[in-house]
Design a protein. Structure first.
Length: 405
């Protein structure tokens, strides 16, 4: 059976039209049920439902939810890989991301380490070139009366530095997101995957994923810019009394950008796992997030804070050490020269933190996408069949506890 799975009824626009299996997920009868009767769940099945029990909080109301149609009211679910195949709690989503990194550490850490080193090497040489000795920015240090030409050169260098490091970060993020999403999809089914296999499965989608990330970034920038601009017009017309509208416009822009960020936050896994186009993936994310915005916002905010805390714990001591060495043990908090020693030490800290946090952030987003589909589209049933869990409704099924369960 193919490892690919798509939304029920999806055409899978990215597949080969001549492939009779293209765009089709596992053909799982949504009326099938896991083994009936009481007793201990079969091997590979999770016996720990979220708080509230079947039909309670955390279970969801879709046809694939435990306790709902197709499950016979049982409070356990198949767990072939890193998560049980049922609607997930917040802890299970985070645990699934961490478990993927632990169970497939060679692949996960290999991908994240390679991407982190790629980004930091480019950033290191860019910083050394535009902030080192003899640079236009370095010439401004201690210069209380710079000329217009010096200011223009310095701003040009800042723009060039931001462009180079931004592009490197964007390319690295696209590659990491694509490959790690594929790894997580396999980990959910309990299947191994190598770095070469993850690359082979994801490379055909990289260009579309790049376009998706750029497009969502532009949408966010426009969302932040348009409300302040609209508020500025009546603000200037009304004079002093209208100045208060501009801060309100800025606040509205931030709120709108965050709202859109969450609505489109599941577009990347939809593009990778459903083989959708850019705009179709944005539409899928919009649909899946609808009605669950606050829940997804809370989880994404939690992960963002966690990533920032972990990065700070790793990077701050190394930055302190780099300044200590660069300044000869004095003047630790007045900045440091962009020497190779300073850049190498701080770059090592950034590589370590990125290697740890990249799999977590990518894993949580991919598992959030799967969780939303399990709640709404019975994806748990499709994944159970793809993982090899037969059901009593299948012809030739031997029943609970027999081969196939």
């Amino acid at each position: 059976m193919s490892d690919r799975w798509t939304s029920p009824g999806s055409s899978g626009s990215g597949d080969d039209p001549h492939d009779p299996e293209a765009g089709r997920g596992p053909n799982l009868d949504k009326n099938s049920a896991p083994p009936t009767g009481g007793g201990t769940p079969p091997t590979g099945w999770s016996a720990h439902p979220p708080a509230g029990g079947p039909g309670g909080p955390g279970w969801g109301a879709g046809p694939g939810a435990p306790g709902g149609p197709g499950w016979g009211g049982h409070s356990w679910a198949p767990k072939p890989g890193v998560i049980p195949l049922r609607p997930l709690g917040v802890g299970e989503i985070l645990d699934g991301a961490v478990s993927t990194a632990r169970a497939h550490w060679r692949t996960v850490l290999g991908i994240s380490l390679a991407v982190a080193v790629f980004i930091q090497l480019i950033s290191l040489f860019a910083l050394r070139s535009w902030f080192g000795d003899g640079s236009a920015i370095g010439a401004l240090e201690g210069n209380t009366d710079p000329t217009e030409e010096e200011l223009v050169d310095a701003f040009a260098d800042i723009f060039a530095l931001g462009s180079v490091t931004g592009i490197a970060t964007l390319v690295g993020s696209v590659i990491a997101t694509a490959m790690l999403t594929v790894v997580i999809a396999r980990a959910v089914l309990g299947r191994e995957i190598s770095i070469a296999e993850a690359w082979a499965e994801s490379r055909g989608r990289l260009l579309r994923l790049f376009g998706l990330i750029v497009l969502t970034g532009l949408i966010g920038v426009l969302a932040m810019a348009v409300p302040p601009l609209l508020a500025a017009v009546p603000g200037f017309l009304l004079g002093g009394a209208g100045v208060v509208l501009i801060p309100l416009g800025l606040f509205a822009g931030v709120v709108l950008a965050v709202w859109l960020w969450i609505r489109f936050s599941l577009a990347a896994p939809a593009l990778m796992l459903e083989r959708q186009g850019v705009f179709a993936s944005l539409g899928r994310s919009w649909k899946l997030v609808g009605g669950s915005w606050w829940r997804i916002f809370g989880i994404q905010l939690l992960i963002l804070v966690l990533v920032l805390v972990v990065s700070g714990i790793i990077e701050f001591p190394l930055t302190f050490l780099a300044e200590f060495i660069s300044n000869g043990g004095t003047n630790l908090f007045v900045g440091a020269e962009m020497t190779w020693t300073y850049l190498l030490i701080t770059g090592a800290g950034a590589v370590i933190s990125s290697t740890i946090t990249l799999p977590i952030s990518a894993g949580v987003t991919a598992l959030l996408y799967m969780d939303q589909r399990m709640r709404r589209e019975a994806l748990d049933l499709e994944l159970a069949r793809a993982a090899g869990f037969d059901t009593p409704n299948d012809p030739g099924a031997d029943g609970p506890g027999q081969p196939g369960y």
